[in-house]
Design a protein around this ligand. Sequence first.
Ligand code: 2P0
Length: 319
Amino acid sequence: PKVVKASASVEQFAPSNIALCKYWGKRDRELNLPINASLSVSLDYLGSHTRLIPTEGQVDDVWLNGQQLQPGARFSQKVSEFIDLFRRDQNLYFKVETRNNIPTAAGLASSASGFAALTLALNDALALDLPPEHLSIMARMGSGSACRSLFTGFVEWRMGQRKDGLDSHGVQLEQQWPGFCIGLVEIDAGEKATDSRSGMQRTVETAHLYQSWPLQAAVDLGKLQQAIAERDFELLGQTAEQNALSMHATMIASWPPLLYWQPESVAAMQKVWQLRSQGLQVYFTMDAGPNLKLLFQRADRATLLQHFPNLETVEPFGC
Ligand code: 2P0
């Protein structure tokens, strides 16, 4: 993109997102190009606020949730390398303040919303005026799943076919689903031992089972599109839960094995299955961590809260 000199400070917000069909595996690690298409739902007001203030310094000064990071810290380096894509060889540095309002207790990843908000802020600070799909492509370079956080509601990440990645970005689905709820079940809010980036690389390189993953994802994507178009909650829930468990199966089949679950994760899964056997329409999905995200409808919220008292619920399409 064309770059002009930044002047005033800017602030932008981007939501976190939960994938119903997961992104797991890259065909290009430099550009974050996925092996499969994915589909997510954005979490409304839960996400990252990022402010950019031009500085006279010769390095970016990165703050996360009110704390200044060391220039050598991993997140700080990732942010600075991402700004390099916009800065190129210009003498242009920022104080970057990112605040996540995602309840830390929920243990949700914040890199998706963080890089999406940073992309939007850079677009403003540098007066680039890039169209949404172009912003999504840029956000993807920071973190793959960030390309979905550029949009609200249901979002499909089209994997694309080009080597340069210019056709690999998020696309917002037009359908809304009032009453669609997501519940965050905290099992463990701590840092995970293996981040997604190295976890997916290990899976692609060592799990023979991974060969079946692109097929599973392609079938699930079609089912989810149908479920969303027809507001078929059972089809959506079944597909999302099976997709998440299939992704975890490829992780477990890696070497060294990758098991993100804790005993309490399994107990929560069994609780969901038991509630379902009693007629409650509740499903779960899980990412590269021990926490569960429950999928249900507003009418079942009160009943569900009796069984998961600490459930933090979000309605991506409002009330
Ligand atoms: C997803 N995850 O679709 C999947 C499910 C985790 C499990 O996207 O290396 O942080 O920055 O492209 O985007 C997390 O992966 O990885 C992720 P990079 P990212 O939500």
